[in-house]
Design a protein around this ligand. Structure first.
Ligand SMILES: [Zn+2]
Length: 113
């Protein structure tokens, strides 16, 4: 694990407090178990905290699995970010509302709609 990954994982775990950040109704199991890249690493997505979400499940279970299996809805909610976009500039729906993620582990609240 390189320094960027280690740093990204540490910050996102502090940000989440150990709970799934997305909380998809009917899917979420509560406890965060894995780190999701909003922009895939294959599209240039980094370990910057603005590109990460701490989610329940993994690639096939829980919110992490649901996001993997539902790309269109995940783009709409900011849970996934297209390769041409910058994660820090793409609002994301977390459990408590619509936010921008920064690289220091903070939420910046956004007005909805
Ligand atoms: Zn969840």
């Amino acid at each position: 694990m390189n320094a960027a990954e280690k740093n990204g994982r540490r910050i996102v775990k502090e940000r989440s407090g150990g709970y799934c950040e997305v909380r998809i109704r009917g899917i979420c199991t509560g406890r965060a178990e894995s780190v999701h890249h909003r922009k895939n690493r294959s599209q240039g997505g980094s370990w910057a905290p603005s590109n990460l979400l701490h989610l329940c499940g993994d690639g096939v279970r829980g919110c992490h699995g649901w996001i993997t299996e539902h790309p269109a809805l995940s783009y709409d909610n900011g849970w996934a970010v297209r390769g041409c976009n910058v994660p820090a500039e793409e609002p994301v729906f977390v459990a408590r509302g619509l936010v921008l993620l920064d690289d220091t582990g903070n939420y910046k609240w956004q007005k909805e709609g």
